[in-house]
Design a protein around this ligand. Structure first.
Ligand code: NAG
Length: 230
């Protein structure tokens, strides 16, 4: 988008200066040219980003001094372990504790998630959800695109997604939270849910995942985690 605006400004400035010397170019032609260029650039970027996503990257915690010198970042800023935080401001739903083990995650293998959630209000459909997934490359977080509903995507309603999920894991049911909308207000202690992941579903590397939920046009929850896959 920025690229498009800058191009439009340059073209705009030129056409004003040269107006009297050159025939005026039809605006439609200009527009088509800009959209094509912009679209081409977007496609190239998406391809590069998908390439990055599907390539294994050695997690930063396994890298030596040399790597950090080469990429020009301080070793102290590296991802060392699983991290989580609430990223909202007075959101009615917050995470009070969260663990994801093993750290780093290994596929194929088992993923264990435990946590405590506090909902200060109830939440009914629709609950628009948004995911932003970034991967660390050469010391910086690169946001991955949304492709085929995978990656950094917006989803119109989490409730609808959940309605197609089959069995609700026992620890989620027994915590009182449940897997379907509407969600009640309260504190929910989910003691541990385990998933077996067969394939090498995700390439290794450090990932940052930010998930947020909206209710009635306002943010309901925002959680950010940093996770490593080895
Ligand atoms: C949610 O409720 C808890 C307990 O009553 C309170 O400590 C917390 O500040 C509340 N959060 C918000 C955002 O109102």
């Amino acid at each position: 988008m920025k690229f498009l605006i800058v191009l439009a400004l340059i073209v705009g400035a030129f056409s004003e200066e040269l107006e009297h010397e050159f025939p005026i170019v039809e605006p439609e032609e200009h527009d088509a040219y800009l959209v094509d260029e912009h679209q081409m650039k977007l496609n190239d970027e998406s391809e590069l980003l998908m390439d990055l996503l599907f390539r294994n990257a050695l997690p930063e915690r396994f890298r030596g001094e040399d790597y950090f010198k080469t990429v020009g970042i301080k070793k102290s800023s590296r991802v060392e372990a699983f991290q989580w935080q609430n990223c909202g401001n007075n959101d009615p739903a917050t995470v009070m504790s969260l663990s994801v083990t093993p750290d780093p995650l290994q596929f194929p293998g088992t993923v264990n998630i435990a946590g405590k959630l506090q909902f200060n209000s109830s939440f009914a459909a629709p609950l628009p959800a948004s995911l932003v997934i970034s991967k660390k490359a050469a010391g910086v977080w690169i946001k991955l695109p949304c492709i085929d509903n995978f990656g950094s995507c917006d989803y119109p309603d989490l409730c609808q997604i959940l309605s197609s999920v089959g069995d609700c894991p026992d620890p989620i049911t027994s915590s009182g939270l449940g897997c379907q909308c509407p969600f009640k207000s309260g504190t929910f202690d989910v003691n541990g849910v385990s998933f077996d992941v067969d394939a090498s579903a995700f390439p290794s590397g450090d990932y940052k995942i930010r998930g947020s939920l909206t209710t009635a046009g306002k943010e309901a929850a925002c959680v950010e985690i940093i996770i490593t896959i080895s």
